[in-house]
Each structure stands twice: as C-alpha cells, then as structure tokens.
Design a protein around this ligand. Structure first.
Ligand code: SF4
Length: 147
C-alpha cells in the first residue's frame, strides 16, 4: 500500500506542476501535521500556533516564518475533518500539504478537486513522532503557486 500511496502523491504533484495553477498569497495555505512538533515541547501549538516559542527544535518555527515571509495562511491539522474543512474553504485556492504519504493520499482524495501540492514528511523516528520536512521542498511548493 505504501508503494501505491507514494505513486499517488507523485502523480498528483506532477499534475499540479503541469496545470501551473497560480494563486495569491492570501489564498494559499500551508497545512502540516501535529507530529512535527518536538515531542518534548510543552507549548500548546495545537490550540494556537502563536504558542510556539520558536526555539528551533522542530520545523514549526520555520513553517511559521515561511508563512510570515510569503504572507500565506498556515494551519496545524489536528484532525482529518477539521483539516478538510480548512482546505475546502472558498478562500483557499491552493494548498501545500505536509504529511506521510498515506495521509496525503487520503487527504488528496477527500479534498479533490482542490489544487494541493503534497510534500511527504521525513520520519527519522518512525510514524507520528518527531517528524520532519525538507524546508527547500516546502519553499519550492509555495513558490510554484505564487510565481
Ligand atoms: S519550534 Fe520549539 S517552541 Fe515551537 S513547537 Fe517546535 S519545539 Fe515547540
């Protein structure tokens, strides 16, 4: 199944690239999962991203700084239904979604036809704990929508 998830994500991204969909920063959303937060961090970022102290122990700091730099929306996906509501909202025209390939595939299917560039996360400690992401890939995905 993992192979199918990876294929689904790469075909989706190829189609997004070919479609060359553009949107303004106010209509673009960065969506990322809670498992990216450092497991020892006590900040309640699930409730409010402003709780992040930007210590740099996880990529939440970098993601927030990207959202500020580019002026795009940012949201921590706390659950499938809430994340889907945000993605499907009329003000959002494009999404840069970070997650494991399985979550990305199910999210892409549920949110279709919304244009979503999927960035698979890194899992040096396995699934759902202290996950990571290449920020260069996030930056590239944001710029594909904005340029
Ligand atoms: S950057 Fe630091 S304060 Fe912010 S969520 Fe990560 S570990 Fe917590």
């Amino acid at each position: 199944m993992e192979f199918i998830d990876k294929k689904f994500v790469s075909i989706n991204n190829l189609m997004v690239k070919l479609r060359k969909k553009k949107c303004s920063s106010k209509n673009l959303l960065i969506l990322f999962p809670h498992c990216i937060q450092h497991s020892a961090c006590k900040q309640n970022v699930k409730n409010d991203l402003n709780e992040c102290k930007r210590c740099g122990k996880c990529k939440i700091k970098d993601l927030i700084e990207f959202s500020e730099e580019y002026g795009v929306h940012i949201s921590l996906a706390t659950g499938g239904r809430i994340a889907l509501q945000k993605v499907k909202s009329a003000e959002i025209h494009g999404v840069v979604a970070i997650a494991c390939e399985k979550e990305l595939r199910t999210g892409l299917m549920a949110a279709a036809p919304k244009t979503i560039f999927a960035v698979p996360n890194l899992r040096p400690h396995g699934y759902c704990k202290d996950t990571d992401v290449y920020m260069d890939e996030v930056k590239e995905a944001i710029e594909k929508f904005l340029k």
